[in-house]
Every structure is written in structure tokens, then in C-alpha cells.
Design a protein around this ligand. Structure first.
Ligand code: BGC
Length: 618
């Protein structure tokens, strides 16, 4: 009877089952067509990438360390914040010699962070909110506790050459083996560690518990690609590749690196004592990235052949590839973009603000302009910029460049064309935490001893997220936390800033919303005013509102006549959309018009204004 109720247009009878199938096909086709039409650019271009350091984000089991369930529990917060992509620092199995960057199993979750099931839940929750999840990928090294290393140590095949092993150069008078060359570890001291069991040294660019993998072994290369596939199968939307430039070393391991005379470093065990022509950016690195890119693209494309026009990187299911490379010469950074015909990473991080501005007095409009111009001028054709203010490796931007600049710098990075990368807590202006020698965990700090660790330790920027004013800043209900919480948590926290009338958090949310508007997402860019004190930029698009962002980067309150400094025809006034929280004046409160001939800005303030018109921009 039921069967008879379903008829096909062609006259034959259909079962309810086949009708359901037809409906599913229709839904899938309409979804694909909708996206084919709508998506004109890769999803990550409009997104903010929000970096979560999982150890410090939110602890749900009271052991004082953040966990994956803690990230999932904060999904609503992340959604409201307006960030559309999370990059989660390593949560893989690890003895934690370098806070999880020493991985002993690339395809499992460390119990302190939870389980694979917790990750699945996290991915499901974030995807249901249209938030993408990018994982940290650490290809340069593993932990010395990884099974591969243990078997390599015993010369077991096929693992014997999975790491960079070398014979000693000779033996000292006392019979001690001498390393094959003078290469130094980034964490201080020789980069070679002797293993009696094998009668050889192994190479470690970082901690001695982080032996470098040997990319000259093709089988190892395949193993590493399988790691990427494993996480993409589970739903990862992309990767942030750690320490990429160190993937290869020269083949001749007898070569010493030259002393870096210009650096003027006296400590001959410190990394910068040497130049590093043989241990970074070797040409083979690009081959490997090219291979990952190709694999990720075909991988993304696998199930969606119906939408052929929408091959990666345009597809909503395209996987994002970000690489971490620090190089002084910008050309050595931007070459990791590849080109349109030879795509490599979607972007290498732009660390120029971090690397070129070291303290409050370094921040001027002219210097920032130079940094911005440098990136745009060197950006390969068709590629997309990005802006980074901080990470788990650097002093927090509020402490490094100035707490008064928190909103202005967020305005800059969120409203310029490009993808901004926000390190967790930057949205509320979190600051570095003073950590005693006894509490210091970071091996980079510990290797310098109690007198010098402060200069090198990365712990101050890694302390727990400040959620509220309760014990442990609402980060953990346990008796203590893995690193101490900053003393300022009672006033500087998410809850206080959500309840305040004006706060960094509220400014950030406004900016995250604004950057979705066409004028910011696709609009053009002009810089009407650039002086040491003030940097102003305009974002505009035909038939869309025109915005003017004015930043007072000086350490004084100023009154600026924008008309005087610009050759653009600006209107007499503009209305305030948002401003730095430090500005309490009635004049600049959001809404009313302010005069562009006498614009008052307190020190470090940023103002986002909407113009009625701005002529002759081009
Ligand atoms: C990461 C560091 C880590 C190192 C070794 C870096 O580039 O960002 O946090 O210590 O790689 O994995």
C-alpha cells in the first residue's frame, strides 16, 4: 500500500527508500551549486586564525592543565568572538620536554589533553558552528621516546635512517667522542647528542629530546604524509607547520657553520653565535612542501568531483597550509608561498611586527608603514597577506609593545587586507606573567640557568587564560595550575570585559564583525596619513561604506588635523564606529560625528570612523 504512494515521474513505482536517496542527491547538488556560486575565495581569507595553546586554555578535569574538552566547552565563546579558524598547538602524545613539540606518537592525543574521542567531539562541535580547526604539525623532529627513534637507535630497519646520525669527528684525549661539526641547538649548546648504544651522534635542532627526522629517507617522508592524512580523515581543516626551514641539513655533515661576527654574541654556545647556511632553508625543503600541498589538494578534492570548477583552494573543504618560518630576508620568507602555477603554503606567517618592533618606543607610524609596505611589496602575485602580533614563542604584545596599544594593534591587524592571527588572550589584552626560576618549565629558558632565564624563557606568555575573577582565573578548579596565573586576573578577565560598557573584548568583537563587511573583506586600501605619531588607513569599495582607521601610535595624547596631512579630499567630519577603551571622552564615543580637522586621540588610541565620502582615493 505504502509502496503505491510513491510514483516516479516516469511512471514506475519507487520505494520510499529510493525517494530518500533522490532527495539526498538533490540536497547535495544544491549545496554544491550554492557553494560553487557563492565562494569566490578560499574560506580562510575572511577568517581570523585564533591560536589556542591547549595547556593553558581551559582545564575541565582539575589537573591544572588545559584539555581538549576545555576547548570544546568554550565553543560559544569562540563563536561569539567571531573567529572562524582555530589553530591548536600540539596535543599529541608527548613526554612534554618542549611543551608538546616533542611528539612520541604523531597520531594520538596525549592523556593530559584527553583522547581521540575528545578531539572528534571538538571537531564536530566547532564544525557545527562553522569554525574550522587547524592542527599543529611538527615534521622536523619527534621525541626521543618515539618508537621510530628507539628502533633507529637499535639500527632496526626500516627505521635505522629515520634520524640524522653521524660518526664522531674523532675522540678527545680523555676518549670522549667529538661531534661531527660545530652546529648549535636553538635551545643552546651543541646540536649533537652521543648515543653509546649506536656509537653515533644524532642531530637535534632543538632540545636533545627532539631528534631531527631525516628527510633524505623517502620512506620517512611517506610516513609523515600519512600523519597528515590521518588527521584530515578525522576532519582537520589544515595545518600550521612547525619549524619548517630546518627540515633539511646539508648532506656533508663535516661542514662547520661560520661565526656570525655581526651578531656580536659572546656566548659561543648560543644559537646566534653562528650563521646557519647549512641547517636551514635547504632547497630540498620546497620539494617536500610541494608534495604536501599536492597531496592536500587532491585529498580535499576526493569526494567532491561534482563541483569540478571549485577545486582547491576555492572549495569550502580545502585544507589550509600555514608555515612557520623566521628569516631576516623577506625573500626567504615569501618564497614559501610558491606561485599560482607552483603553489606551496597558503601563507608563511608574517612575523615582521614581532621581529622589527621590540618595545613601546619602537612603535611609530612610519615604522609600521614600512613593515606593511614591505609585505605588500614582496607578496607574490595573487597571494594573500597575514598579520601576526604574538604567539606561544614571544612576549605578549601588550607587554612587549604596550598595554595602551592593544586595541589600536588589533584594529590594524583585523582591518588591513589579509588574515590576522590572534594568540589566545590578545582579545582581552593579556600580559606576560612573571615566573620564578623554580616555576620555569620552558627548556629554552632553563638552558640559560637562573641568572639569564628571564631573557629566553617563553613561559611568561603561556600562562592560563583569564576567564573570570574566581580562583585560578576560572581556568581550572584544581588546587594549582601548570604555570601560575597572572596576578592581574581579578580585573583583567573575559567576564569583567563582557560586562564592562567598553572593553578590549568588545572592541575586538566589533572589529571581527566589521571585517566581514565588504569594504574590509574585499575593499581597497589607502594610507591618507603616515607620520611618526599617526598612521591612518582607509578601506573602501564602490557602493559600500568607506571607513577610516586612525591610530595614534605616540606616547602622548594628540590633536590631529587630518586634512593638513593628506592629499586626499576628506570630508569635514566622520562618525565613530569604535575606539580604544582608554579614550573616555564624550566627543569620541561611538555614534556622534567628530571633526577630522581636530581629531583628539589619547596615547596609543585607535579610532574606527565611517566617512560619508573620500574623493580621489585612486
Ligand atoms: C615552535 C616552538 C618549539 C620549536 C620546536 C618552534 O618553532 O613554535 O614552540 O619549541 O618549534 O618544535
Amino acid at each position: 500500500m505504502l509502496k503505491k504512494m510513491f510514483f516516479s515521474p516516469f511512471g514506475e513505482t519507487r520505494t520510499p527508500y529510493s525517494v530518500v536517496r533522490i532527495m539526498i542527491v538533490i540536497v547535495v547538488i544544491s549545496y554544491l551549486l550554492k557553494h560553487c556560486k557563492k565562494e569566490k575565495r578560499p574560506w580562510w581569507k575572511n577568517s581570523i586564525v585564533y591560536q589556542i595553546y591547549p595547556r593553558s586554555f581551559h582545564d575541565t578535569n582539575g589537573d591544572g592543565t588545559g584539555d581538549l574538552k576545555g576547548i570544546t566547552a568554550k565553543a560559544d565563546y569562540l563563536y561569539d568572538l567571531g573567529v572562524k579558524t582555530l589553530w591548536i598547538s600540539p596535543f599529541f602524545t608527548s613526554p612534554m620536554a618542549d611543551s608538546g613539540y616533542d611528539i612520541s606518537n604523531f597520531v594520538d592525543v596525549d592523556p593530559i589533553f584527553g583522547s581521540l574521542a575528545d578531539l572528534d567531539e571538538l571537531l564536530k562541535t566547532m564544525h557545527s558552528k562553522d569554525i574550522k580547526v587547524v592542527l599543529d604539525f611538527v615534521p622536523n623532529h619527534s621525541s626521543d621516546e618515539h618508537e621510530w627513534f628507539q628502533r633507529s637507535l637499535r639500527r632496526e630497519e626500516p627505521f635505522a635512517d629515520y634520524y640524522v646520525w653521524a660518526d664522531p669527528k674523532g675522540f678527545s684525549d680523555s676518549g670522549n667522542p667529538i661531534p661531527p661539526n660545530n652546529w648549535l641547538s636553538k635551545f643552546r649548546g651543541s646540536a649533537w647528542e652521543w648515543r653509546e648504544e649506536r656509537g653515533q651522534f644524532y642531530y637535534h635542532q632543538y632540545h636533545r629530546k627532539q631528534p631531527d627526522l631525516n628527510y633524505r629517507n623517502l620512506r620517512l617522508q611517506e610516513e609523515i604524509k600519512n600523519v597528515l592524512k590521518f588527521w584530515m580523515d578525522r576532519g582537520a581543516d589544515g595545518f600550521r607547520v612547525d619549524a619548517l626551514k630546518h627540515l633539511f641539513e646539508v648532506e656533508d655533515l663535516s661542514l662547520d657553520e661560520p661565526v656570525n661576527e655581526e651578531a656580536g654574541v659572546e656566548d659561543n654556545l648560543q644559537y646566534n653565535y653562528l650563521k646557519h647556511p647549512f641547517t636551514m632553508n635547504q632547497p630540498e625543503t620546497f620539494e617536500v612542501v610541494r608534495d604536501w600541498r599536492k597531496m592536500m589538494n587532491t585529498y580535499s578534492d576526493k569526494w567532491f568531483t561534482l563541483c569540478r570548477d571549485l577545486t582547491p583552494p576555492l572549495a569550502p573543504w580545502a585544507r589550509l597550509l600555514i608555515v612557520q618560518v623566521y628569516n631576516k630576508d623577506i625573500q626567504d620568507v615569501v618564497k614559501y608561498y610558491g606561485s599560482d602555477t607552483d603553489p606551496l603554503a597558503d601563507f608563511p606567517f608574517n612575523f615582521r611586527i614581532i621581529k622589527k618592533l621590540h618595545n613601546r618606543s619602537d612603535v611609530t607610524g612610519t615604522r609600521l608603514m614600512k613593515i606593511i609596505d614591505e609585505w605588500f611589496d614582496n607578496l607574490p602575485e595573487g597571494k594573500w597577506p597575514n598579520w601576526v602580533l604574538g604567539s606561544h614563542d614571544h612576549s605578549r604584545v601588550a607587554s612587549r609593545l604596550g598595554a595602551d596599544l592593544v586595541d589600536a594593534l588589533n584594529m590594524l591587524t583585523l582591518l588591513l587586507p589579509g588574515t590576522p592571527v590572534t594568540y589566545f588572550g590578545e582579545e582581552i589584552g593579556m600580559q606576560d606573567t612573571e615566573i620564578s626560576w623554580e616555576d620555569t618549565k620552558d627548556p629554552q629558558g632553563r638552558n640559560f640557568g637562573p641568572d639569564h632565564y628571564r631573557k629566553h624563557s617563553r613561559d611568561p606568555c603561556r600562562t592560563p587564560m583569564q576567564w573570570d575573577a574566581t580562583a585560578n582565573a576560572g581556568f581550572s578548579k584544581g588546587p594549582s595550575t601548570w604555570l601560575p596565573v597572572n596576578d592581574n586576573y581579578k580585573t583583567l578577565n573575559v567576564k569583567a570585559q563582557s560586562e564592562a560598557r567598553e572593553s578590549h573584548l568588545k572592541v575586538y568583537k566589533t572589529l571581527a564583525r566589521l571585517r566581514q563587511e565588504s569594504s574590509f573583506a574585499k575593499g581597497k586600501l589607502a594610507f591618507p596619513v603616515v607620520t611618526d605619531e599617526v598612521l591612518a588607513f582607509i578601506r573602501y569599495l564602490e557602493d559600500e561604506p568607506t571607513y577610516l582607521v586612525v591610530l595614534n601610535l605616540s606616547e602622548n595624547d594628540v590633536v590631529v588635523d587630518l586634512h593638513q596631512h593628506t592629499n586626499l579630499e576628506l570630508p569635514p567630519d566622520a562618525s565613530v564606529i569604535t575606539r580604544s577603551v582608554s579614550d573616555k571622552s564624550e566627543e569620541n564615543s561611538p555614534g556622534p560625528k567628530v571633526s577630522l580637522s581636530a581629531l583628539m586621540l589619547v596615547k596609543g588610541e585607535g579610532l574606527v570612523l565611517q566617512l560619508t565620502f573620500a574623493k580621489e582615493i585612486e
